[in-house]
Design a protein around this ligand. Structure first.
Ligand code: 13P
Ligand code: SF4
Length: 302
């Protein structure tokens, strides 16, 4: 962090002048997460914070779908994203036309879409969910079948936790799909580490894990268990950001970084606060329908 101090100081000054709130996802690098963010968390926490926030200007340090969700939930506010190219392989895996085709193939079956989707896909969905509340949202539909998209691994995980039959899509996270069960076993056997895995990992990874959950749920598990050594089978900025909170725990890092999250940097945050751009805009007709799906998720909660 010392290397970054001039940027951190400049951003924090400009942030005050602008009356802005900076929100950062747990996969942001430590200098952003610890240095300039006012609000940090998983994608559900950021969506809840955007809905509740009273600042008129939000800088969303995360990927594009997160900034879009903030804008949809807080349409009167300006939402800036430091790099509009920060995408997500899951959001890119499905279009609104794909969702309409799925509905035509399964008439009457509700659609639950992971928040890692575009606003257009959310607008075609009955409800959104995140990895923190996917089982609860699926069950809140009150139907025997649910179309669940786009992550097939998260879908497999949810299916293992509920009696609801899920119709899945073939999307995957380019970061989490790379982890293997063998890697997880290696971390346990070589380092005697407890294993925490994100449900976007393949099933043979979460079969090895002591705990499977969203980024916030992993933090809560660590608070409860306080293990001597842990391997986080997820995007590796998470371990960097949690280390400060758990100084007595050794973090083993099977490291995969999300290239989209890494596009957000301190100089880009500074430039976007200085220039008040790029701002995220969502056409009103899309935003209104997408907002209903997001609100339905927020009503279910965590
Ligand atoms: P969370 O819902 O756990 O924040 O995960 C979002 C994400 O992009 C995971 O790769
Ligand atoms: Fe998307 Fe995976 Fe990156 Fe999360 S880690 S933003 S799911 S590509």
């Amino acid at each position: 962090i010392p290397l970054h101090l001039p940027w951190i100081d400049a951003i924090n000054k400009l942030k005050k002048q602008r009356g802005a709130v900076i929100m950062a996802h747990s996969y942001q690098s430590p200098e952003i997460f610890h240095g300039v963010a006012d609000i940090t968390g998983d994608s559900l926490a950021l969506a809840q914070a955007a809905a509740a926030c009273d600042a008129d200007l939000i800088v969303l340090c995360g990927v594009h779908f997160m900034a879009e969700s903030a804008k949809i939930l807080a349409p009167g506010k300006t939402v800036l994203i430091p790099d509009v190219e920060a995408g997500c392989s899951l959001a890119a895996s499905i279009t609104a036309a794909d969702v309409r085709a799925l509905r035509a193939r399964h008439p009457g079956v509700p659609v639950v879409s992971y928040v890692n989707t575009t606003a257009e896909v959310k607008a075609e969905s009955d409800a959104c969910c995140t990895s923190a509340n996917a089982v609860e949202v699926v069950e809140a539909m009150g139907t025997a079948q649910v179309i669940f998209l786009p992550d097939r691994f998260l879908g497999n995980y949810v299916a293992s936790k509920t009696a609801v039959e899920l119709i899945l899509w073939s999307g995957s996270c380019e970061v989490h799909e790379q982890f293997t069960g063998q890697q997880a076993r290696h971390a346990r056997e070589q380092f005697n580490a407890r294993l925490l895995a994100h449900p976007e990992c393949p099933p043979d990874v979460w079969a090895e894990a002591d705990f499977v959950g969203s980024t916030t749920a992993m933090g809560k598990w660590l608070e409860r268990e306080r293990p001597a050594r842990v391997a986080l089978i997820t995007e590796c900025s998470m371990a960097d950001n949690l280390r400060a909170r758990f100084p007595d725990t050794e973090f083993i890092k099977p490291c995969n970084l999300c290239p989209h999250m890494q596009r957000i940097t301190l100089p880009k945050i500074h430039a976007c606060l200085r220039d008040l751009r790029p701002a995220v805009e969502v056409p009103e007709a899309v935003a209104t329908r997408a907002c209903m799906a997001l609100q339905r998720m927020l009503a279910v909660g965590r």
